[in-house]
Design a protein around this ligand. Structure first.
Ligand SMILES: Nc1ncnc2c1ncn2[C@@H]1O[C@H](COP(=O)(O)OP(=O)(O)O)[C@@H](O)[C@H]1O
Ligand SMILES: O=P(O)(O)OC[C@H](O)CO
Length: 488
């Protein structure tokens, strides 16, 4: 058991469990995709029972293969809301997922009433349906009697980490960590506590809320697996966990994770940098009561655009085909895709925007459309990097990348070309899970603090910019033209 840590990585489309050793090597891995529910246009839900079942099954599978572990770390899709009954543990509604836009009007009404400056100053976020608070309010209003039960303290709210922690500890612990709390619109990131005024503004009764703890530390124990009680000793939202797993500990170090969406975070150290360019300020991690911060750009559709090529258009049968398709065409043929399928996130924040493909001719092939889906990810990343630089956060020396889509080498090279910055892809791509393992292992003596984690050997593959300035400028101009049509 010495030195082995189990990471639970509960993502938007799949649940993964990975056991790492003290050298951050993967000893066992198991993954299950689960069903997405789209009950109405723009709504996205998950069944919490699927998430719990898959967590147990994948954890049992890797523990059977790798043997006992010293600790468990949890990392999770952020903002997604579960409300459950404290007595039975039963959710009172399906989980409302971060991508869900059903509360766009509520957010607009709050913006019109002038609440955004106060909300942003305290939370570092914006009034967008992406975040948890308005989703909690929606559930309390939609489920008969829920608001009264919440006020009486009979219900519990949690992001997915808290929901899993509750079940792993047999209903004994209702807690979350500071990174997850920072995504709810209810948490003051400067004072590092729930904010009563924001709870009142969003109509969220305080008895619903979990206790907020450091990202590394004892959260509780689980006895659900063979071999005795295992401490749950680390929790972080998946993007913050990836920042940690990529060892972005110094101010200016940045990572971008390309999964369903793309999330670029730059460490800003002890300073919570306020953005003038509609980026988010968020807790990067909290250790020994001290918060470190990050500036974040969130793009809602990255790999989801490739998934749409597969499931919506039937252009491909596997996501990895896009690598070959993009390589096959000499250029993009003037085709641009703006993947605003669920609105646009940073730096635009336009929930009502919708996607487009522009520049189609009779010469356009499936390969051009596939390439446009990949290119869009790089252009959007550049837009985020420019916004970060304009905010004074600086430009990273290299962008560390990860996530399912980073397997696409064509995209990695194009990203370096468009960003004018080297892109580093780690040999071990499971950096999100590794971040959760690091946090749990630091609390249980597997790694000796941040210095111990930073000393772990990390092999990376580097992609360096290799494109003429004029070509880059022309491509970016083409993107800006397509984007402008979406933003009308
Ligand atoms: N080789 C590839 N090229 C392009 N996209 C890919 C490739 N492999 C996976 N993807 C995309 O990456 C996403 C899965 O990444 P993952 O990190 O598992 O996502 P999440 O954690 O959001 O569930 C899918 O949307 C898929 O379309
Ligand atoms: O599940 P992922 O990897 O798409 O990440 C989702 C984000 O945490 C949403 O903010």
């Amino acid at each position: 058991m010495a030195g082995r840590v189990l990471a639970i990585d509960q993502g938007t489309t799949s649940t993964r469990c990975i056991v790492f050793d003290a050298g951050a090597r993967v000893l066992a891995t198991a993954q299950r995709e689960f069903r997405q529910h789209y009950p109405h246009h723009g709504w996205v839900e998950h069944d919490p029972a699927d998430i719990w079942c898959d967590t147990l099954a994948t954890a049992r599978a890797v523990l059977a293969e790798a043997g006992p572990v010293a600790a468990i770390g949890i990392t999770n899709q952020r903002e997604t809301v579960v409300v459950w009954d404290r007595n039975t543990g039963e959710p009172i509604h399906r989980a409302i997922v971060w991508q869900d836009r059903r509360t766009a009007t509520v957010c607009q009404t709050l913006r019109d009433a002038g609440h955004e400056p106060l909300v942003s100053a305290r939370t570092g976020l914006l009034l967008d349906p992406y975040f948890s608070a308005t989703k909690i309010g929606w559930i309390l209003d939609a489920v008969p009697g829920a608001r009264r039960r919440a006020e009486r303290g009979d219900l519990a709210f949690g992001t997915i980490d808290a929901f899993l922690l509750w079940h792993l500890t047999g209903g004994r612990v209702h807690a979350t960590d500071a990174t997850n709390a920072s995504r709810t619109l209810l948490f003051d990131i400067h004072r590092q506590c729930w904010d009563a005024e924001l709870c009142a503004l969003f109509g969220v009764p305080e008895p619903l809320l979990p206790e907020v703890r450091d990202s590394s530390g004892q959260f509780g124990e689980t006895s659900l697996f063979d071999g005795g009680a295992i401490p749950i000793a680390g929790i972080a939202g998946d993007q913050q966990a990836a920042l940690f797993g990529q060892t972005c500990f110094e101010p200016g170090a940045a990572k971008a994770t390309y999964g369903t969406g793309c999330f670029m975070l730059m460490n800003t150290g002890r300073a919570a940098v306020t953005s003038n360019n509609r980026l988010l300020t968020t807790t990067a991690y909290r250790l020994d009561g001290e918060a470190s911060y990050a500036v974040e750009g969130s793009i809602f559709v990255a790999g989801a655009g490739v998934k749409w090529l597969r499931d919506g258009l039937g252009l491909i049968t596997h996501a990895s085909q896009t690598d070959d398709m993009a390589t096959r065409v000499a250029d993009n043929g003037g085709v641009y895709m703006v993947p605003a399928f669920v609105g646009l996130g940073a730096p635009h924040w336009r929930p009502e925007a919708r996607g487009l493909i522009s520049g189609l001719t009779l010469g356009t092939t499936a390969a051009h459309v596939a390439r446009a889906a990949l290119e869009a990810v790089a252009y959007q990343t550049r837009d985020l990097a420019e916004a970060m630089a304009a905010d004074g956060a600086g430009r990273p020396e290299a962008l560390r990348i990860d996530g399912g889509m980073s397997a696409n080498s064509w995209l990695c090279q194009f990203l370096a070309d468009i960003l004018e910055t080297p892109v580093e892809r780690p040999a071990m791509p499971e950096t999100t899970a590794l971040g959760a393992a690091f946090l749990a292992g630091m609390a249980t003596g597997v790694w000796d603090g941040i210095a111990g984690v930073a000393a772990v050997d990390r092999r990376v593959e580097q992609f360096t910019p290799d494109i003429a300035g004029a070509e880059r400028a022309a491509l970016i101009a083409g993107w800006r033209g397509a984007l402008a049509r979406t933003l009308i």
